[in-house]
Design a binder for this molecule. Structure first.
Ligand code: CO
Ligand code: CO
Ligand code: CO
Length: 314
């Protein structure tokens, strides 16, 4: 696949049956607990493989560590968290690289497999498709509250679990309603929600598709504390940047809450999959997500030829 259209990961066809997917992601800590940070960083790095419809197979650790100011036991805990998440995902750690750095960073380079005829890209939307989101929004805003010492332990625990959850089950559900080699996939597009926020990633799907999207504001799953913290002004700078970049494509109905506008552009860490599925298959996909224990499985809107390359939030 070329680079003219950015997708979640790079894909290289090896044979008629196998293509490899490659992706890399690492970042600075978003939670205080090193073990959980390792899990979240690994789940986040693996997510792009799932978003392409692939299966992650091998990974390499990427580590930047302030050796002079931090105890090595912290690094060991981070890497244990990453390793446990890789085990859960049936991924083999095959190596890695570490450097001394002022700021701690951790992540993975991941390689996965996918059938070349069964790659879920971002841009193949079809008129009438339903949009399904598999994790609630708000992690950027809540992480800002955590950094400010304002979030309760209960909130921290909940959001940590959500960020550390693999998108594997959601990807399996997606593939189950769109079997390989049918030549008539009912899932037309997929991406994972990360730094650009829901509307930023949705804008990437819509650009050059000739189609638009109508989102239903009250159907979009949002972590309950997000509105409170957004109301306190705890919106990360990235949300404003995302908004500035894409607001020309977005139209909000007058009824849409100003806080929700920020939340829809809030940069997510290890967010859910945004799946674009044939209208006739949407309920079946929701049911497959439920069967696999995916708690959030919200139909948040639909693709429409009425608003070409625009997003209406209603
Ligand atoms: Co992605
Ligand atoms: Co990524
Ligand atoms: Co090396």
């Amino acid at each position: 696949m070329g680079l003219e259209r950015a997708d979640d990961a790079g894909v290289y066809k090896v044979t008629d049956d196998i293509a490899i997917i490659q992706t890399v992601d690492f970042f600075t800590p978003i939670v205080d607990d090193p073990y959980w940070f390792g899990q979240i960083a690994a789940a986040n790095a693996l997510s792009d493989v799932y978003a392409m419809g692939g299966v992650p197979k091998t990974a390499m650790n990427l580590v930047a560590f302030p050796l002079d100011d931090m105890d090595m036991s912290i690094l060991r805990e981070i890497m244990q968290g990453g390793l446990d998440k890789m085990k859960e995902a049936d991924v083999v750690l095959v190596g890695g690289h570490s450097v001394k750095d002022k700021e701690l960073k951790y992540g993975l380079s991941v390689t996965g497999f996918v059938h070349p005829d069964h790659i879920f890209t971002k841009n193949d939307l079809k008129d009438g498709d339903q949009l399904i989101l598999t994790k609630p929004l708000g992690t950027g805003i809540i992480n800002t509250a955590i950094k400010g010492g304002l979030a309760s332990n209960e909130v921290i625990e909940r959001i940590t679990g959500i960020m550390a959850a693999l998108n594997r089950e959601a990807a399996e559900a997606m593939k189950s309603v769109s079997p390989t080699l049918s030549g008539n996939n009912s899932v037309h597009a997929c991406t994972d929600i990360t730094g650009f926020g829901l509307l930023g990633h949705l804008a990437e799907m819509v650009v050059d598709s000739g189609l638009g999207v109508r989102l239903l504001a009250d159907k979009i799953p949002v972590l309950s504390e997000t509105f409170k913290y957004a109301g306190m002004g705890l919106v990360p700078a990235g949300a404003k940047k995302n908004m500035e970049f894409r607001e020309a494509m977005v139209e909000f109905s007058p009824s849409v809450d100003d806080l929700l506008k920020d939340i829809l552009f809030d940069p997510q860490t290890s967010g859910g999959l945004l799946i674009c599925v044939d209208k006739e298959k949407a309920d079946e996909l929701v049911d497959e997500l439920r069967k696999r224990g995916v708690e959030t499985r919200a139909i948040i809107g639909e693709v429409s030829s009425q608003y070409a390359e625009r997003i209406l939030v209603d």
